[in-house]
Design a protein around this ligand. Structure first.
Ligand SMILES: [Zn+2]
Length: 361
């Protein structure tokens, strides 16, 4: 097994899923464990300033070989998605991929199909790594971490490679919108940062969403259903009506692309007395997030009039704000090293992840 593959398979076995709704940072102890392991490995490789801070963020420096070259940063996140378990990950290595559907042996009804995954369709003959189907794999973003760690090892063994100081930065809780809460940009001290995250290959992403999350709390009145006439106010029905009235032919992730934003209800839970809806607000323009918020508040107002005995509250929490590369000149500079590698496709916007704040206009 080659070093990069071995490294990746080792990292995915550490459970470091982010947990939503907890007050600690990072949100799970596995991220601290991951940070300690990476710090230890960086120190062992010879990155003498490698350290993990009180927020679990790992930083260190590959000393430059060209003193006048700008300082850049390589960034990746240690947490994995909270939407599926990342415990007991058993990575399966499919060497020389035959291009067919991949049946996940731990849960054979779960099948990864190239027809559904254009990135996979382009990879016959390559080595593919999947889970056994019972867990998340966690390639997002342990693939980024493994690549950075392997690049550190390479550059330390090839001191004739020309580069300035390269700052390594591994962050926490990206998956729950808090990836940069505790990143000290001054301490990082880089002119430009590259986040190794995303999907597929041959892309440099140059713009991200701005992001908020809303919690709509519907408070009803619960009574015995046998004697509920003129008394009961069922919050489940009102919450369902709230979601039904949200736009579906626009502002919906299932029908939008490019620079279009969306509202995405992703949690609906509760009982007769109280129901909660969690909704992601996403747009490339900060001002449009305000419009999205107003749309939710208007819906709450309408329903409050129709159900005067219910209480409907909308609380919006800020997650992160967009950055984008302002000029074509900057994008061209970003592209230059890629052309040297012979890469073709070169940029697109990010429709999901939280990334570093350094390159904001
Ligand atoms: Zn990611």
């Amino acid at each position: 097994m080659n070093a990069l593959l071995e490294r990746f398979c080792r990292y995915v076995k550490i459970e470091s899923g982010a947990i939503e709704g907890v007050s600690s940072y990072p949100s799970s102890p596995g991220q601290l464990e991951m940070g300690k392991l990476l710090t230890r490995e960086l120190l062992e490789m010879g990155i003498s300033d490698a350290a993990v801070d009180e927020h679990g963020i790992v930083m260190g420096t590959i000393p430059g070989t060209v003193p006048t070259a700008p300082v850049i940063a390589w960034i990746a996140h240690m947490d994995t998605s909270p939407e599926f378990t990342g415990k007991n990950v058993k990575p399966i290595v499919h060497e020389d991929y035959d291009g067919k559907d991949i049946v996940l042996p731990g849960f054979p009804s779960r099948v990864i199909r190239p027809a559904d995954s254009p990135a996979l369709a382009a990879l016959p003959g390559k080595t593919i790594i999947t889970t056994d189907g019972t867990t998340l794999l966690g390639a997002d973003d342990k693939a980024g971490i493994a690549v950075i760690m392997e690049a550190v090892s390479f550059l330390l063994q090839h001191r004739d490679t020309q580069h300035g100081d390269i700052r390594i930065c591994f962050t926490c809780d990206e998956e729950i919108g808090h990836g940069v809460d505790h990143v000290d940009v001054k301490k990082l001290g880089a002119k430009v940062g590259y986040t190794l995250d995303g999907e597929g290959q041959d892309f440099v992403e140059f713009e991200t969403f701005s992001a908020d999350v809303a919690t709509v709390t519907v408070t009803g009145i619960n009574t015995h259903p046998g004697y509920a006439i003129d008394k009961m106010v069922n919050s489940i029905r009102i919450a369902a009506e709230f979601v039904r009235r949200m736009p579906t032919d626009q502002l919906n992730p299932a029908v939008t692309s490019g620079r279009e934003g969306f509202l995405h209800p992703y949690v609906l839970e509760g009982g007769v007395a109280e129901s909660k809806i969690r909704i992601l607000l996403r747009d490339f323009e900060d001002a449009k997030l305000v419009e999205q918020r107003e749309l939710l508040e208007d819906l709450a107002k309408q329903l409050s009039v129709e159900y005067p005995r219910a209480k409907i509250a909308v609380d919006v929490e800020k997650q992160y704000r967009t950055w984008r590369l302002a000029s074509l000149w900057n994008r061209a500079r970003l592209t230059l090293p890629r052309k040297r590698c012979g890469a073709s496709a070169w940029n697109r916007r990010v429709r999901w992840c939280a990334v570093g704040p350094m390159a904001r206009d």
